[in-house]
Design a protein around this ligand. Structure first.
Ligand SMILES: [Zn+2]
Ligand SMILES: [Zn+2]
Length: 240
């Protein structure tokens, strides 16, 4: 889209800062300068498996990952920011509050910070974690898909939204064991289309907490023959 079009768009619908949600004036970027510092980029040391920050510099993996990497269907993943209060409220608006425009900022940051890593994984596709179609109707968009599209424009890896589908609404998972939760999630996901063999895939989502959703998606994709599943997310909850 042309610059003029964007300028008009920005005058009618001022772009909002992903942190404070105030309008950011045209030509002043995608976030307020002051707010940029409110988000905590994950820097080294981080877990080489899940990408969460590590407080102890003498280890390479977080406690959870070193307890059992065999539980994981993915190769490894990276996260951009620590999932703290500032990021939490931003991602809440991004997901439920109609602020799909935040995707632009997060995708740019992902490309800047994680782009080289993602390209090194040599992915044939970016696959956003799908949402159920009733949720899609309520919210109007899938935040993971919008993020993947924006990222794709920058790093030139195609998005495939036609492969993985969420076929059931996931029930409240609190009372379930980790194993039951995993199984339940896997049942909720379905491969609907898998034409050419994809060797390397990068899953895209907004947040990584326990990893069960990413893991279920990776498992589905490996069942149909994808070799290496990676992921990139905006935020990762830090283990205590
Ligand atoms: Zn701001
Ligand atoms: Zn880890």
């Amino acid at each position: 889209m042309g610059k003029m079009y964007e300028k008009i768009q920005d005058m009618i619908y001022p772009r909002r800062c992903p942190v404070c949600d105030d309008a950011v004036g045209y030509g002043r970027g995608l976030i307020c300068d002051e707010c940029r510092e409110d988000l905590k980029l994950i820097t080294e040391p981080y877990c080489i498996k899940c990408g969460k920050p590590i407080r102890d510099e003498t280890v390479r993996m977080c406690r959870e990952c070193s307890a059992g990497t065999d539980r994981y269907e993915y190769v490894r993943g990276r996260a951009l920011y620590e999932y703290d209060e500032a990021l939490k409220s931003s991602l809440y608006r991004f997901k439920y509050g109609g602020r799909r425009e935040y995707a632009r900022f997060y995708a740019e940051m992902m490309a800047n910070v994680l782009g080289e890593q993602i390209i090194n994984w040599m992915p044939q596709a970016l696959i956003p974690i799908p949402v159920h179609k009733s949720r899609l109707r309520q919210r109007g968009y899938n935040q993971a898909a919008v993020l993947a599209q924006e990222l794709s424009r920058i790093i030139s890896v195609p998005v495939r939204e036609d492969i993985l589908q969420r076929c059931e609404k996931t029930r409240v998972q609190k009372e379930l064991s980790a194993y039951e939760r995993q199984n339940n999630l896997k049942k909720a996901l379905k491969i609907i289309h898998y034409d050419v063999k994809l060797k390397n895939i990068v899953l895209i989502d907004d947040i990584y907490t326990t990893g069960s959703t990413i893991n279920a998606a990776a498992s589905c994709l490996r069942d149909v023959g994808a070799d290496n599943i990676y992921y990139a997310v905006i935020g990762a909850a830090v283990n205590n």
